[in-house]
Ligand binder design. Structure first.
Ligand code: PMP
Length: 377
């Protein structure tokens, strides 16, 4: 295990007064506190002793059933494992599927937390070429020999905010099926679309060849530490053993509370409010970028959901070098280099548009543009 240089740099960005586009934090405005207060009281009153007791490693059965019901393919509750955040799903996958030296395929760039979860098992991480539509399937096939799995984030990816196109998804699944490459699909942001839902998950197209990770962090609250994995039945016993060794089970109380909140279609009412907020915040950031970066050779994408956008600095400007200068001007971001297993593009950066307020976004992007102008000069 290695310390992350970026994490060290980011500590500076937590100083009071810094406008941070760096963190991956959902907007706390979206946390349904009243629904939790009511559910908390109900759980304690009706089921308090079980809620505070040790419980089954698989998870609270009504919650497993809810997960199985709401996924858009045929899932049995026996294929659902409740995890301590989807981050734990990544850890369990690593423990079960990786041996020292095993090749593991990832997108370029990919989620830093997945690299952190995989690395202690000493895989050989192989970056697959990717573009605005997601992973390059031809490059994937060339690199896939002997790989334990492909780790992929088709929806509003962290860090780039990109979404894998329908054609790319189908080509990827067809290839994975043909060459027998297992897929680990991570989908914590899938519900946070702005105008229309993303195409069907990869796992829905190939359930026998994929492990799917979901999370309650972005639709309810990350502090609950609750996520889930859906896996083919044959691999469930091993995942369960890894789960038992890790933490016996995810918090029984939180699971019951979430199950109580979710009943009666709560998310159908709640998630649209998150989508509307994030869509608006994204528009504000895009608007500010257009205005403030005028005349600078800075590029960025326009995500159709999620929490992040991806930008590329002018030739010769490194995001790692820019960060302290930007922090001096009161704004922070994550240099993109953190998200590459190898061959990092030093000009890239990740900007979160969800935690800062509208006003902070405008001030922060202006400050960022000033730092870039100085770096260019
Ligand atoms: N996967 C991705 C791609 C993420 O961005 C995150 C959160 N930053 C996680 C997994 C972990 O989320 P959690 O453990 O809160 O479910």
């Amino acid at each position: 295990m290695n310390p992350s240089v970026i994490r060290e740099i980011l500590k500076v960005t937590e100083k009071p007064g810094i406008i941070s586009f760096a963190g991956g934090l959902p907007s706390p405005k979206t946390f349904p506190i009243e629904a939790f207060a009511a559910a908390c009281a109900t759980v304690l009153k009706t089921d308090g002793r079980a809620a505070l007791q040790y419980a089954a490693s698989e998870g609270y059965r009504p919650l497993c059933e809810w997960v199985a019901r709401q996924l858009p393919w045929d899932v049995s509750p026996d294929q659902v494992l409740i995890t301590t955040g989807s981050q734990q799903g990544l850890d369990l996958v690593a423990k079960v599927l990786i041996d020292e030296g095993s090749p593991v395929l990832v997108e370029t760039p990919t989620y830093l937390g997945a690299l952190q979860a995989f690395t202690p098992m000493e895989p050989s991480i192989v970056s697959v070429h990717s573009d605005a539509d997601g992973i390059d399937v031809n490059d994937l096939e060339q690199k896939a020999a002997g790989a334990r799995f492909l780790y992929v984030l088709p929806n509003f990816q962290n860090p780039t905010g990109r979404t894998m196109s329908e054609a790319r998804r189908q080509a990827l699944v067809d290839t994975a099926r043909r060459i027998g490459l297992p897929i680990v699909e991570d989908n914590p942001y899938g519900d946070l679309w702005f105008d229309q839902p993303p195409p069907l998950p990869l796992t829905a197209r190939h359930p026998e060849g994929a492990i799917y990770l979901g999370s309650f962090s972005k639709v309810l609250a990350p502090g609950l530490r609750l996520g889930y994995m859906v896996a083919p039945k044959a691999i469930m016993p091993k995942l369960l053993q890894a789960k038992q060794a890790a933490d016996l089970h995810s918090p029984s109380f939180n699971q019951r509370m979430v199950a109580e909140v979710l009943k009666d279609g709560f998310l159908d009412r709640h998630v649209p409010t998150i989508r509307a907020l994030y869509k608006h915040q994204c528009e504000v950031m895009l608007d500010a970028l257009k205005k403030e970066m005028a005349g600078l050779d800075v590029q960025w994408n326009s995500p159709v959901g999620g929490m992040f956008l991806w930008a590329r600095l002018p030739e010769g400007v490194s995001a790692v070098d820019l960060l302290p200068k930007a922090v001096d001007k009161g704004v922070a971001f994550v240099p993109g280099a953190a998200f590459y297993a190898d061959g990092a593009d030093p000009r890239t950066m990740r900007l979160s548009f969800v935690t800062a307020s509208e006003e902070q976004i405008r001030i922060g992007i202006k400050a960022l543009a000033a730092a870039i102008r100085e770096a260019c000069a």
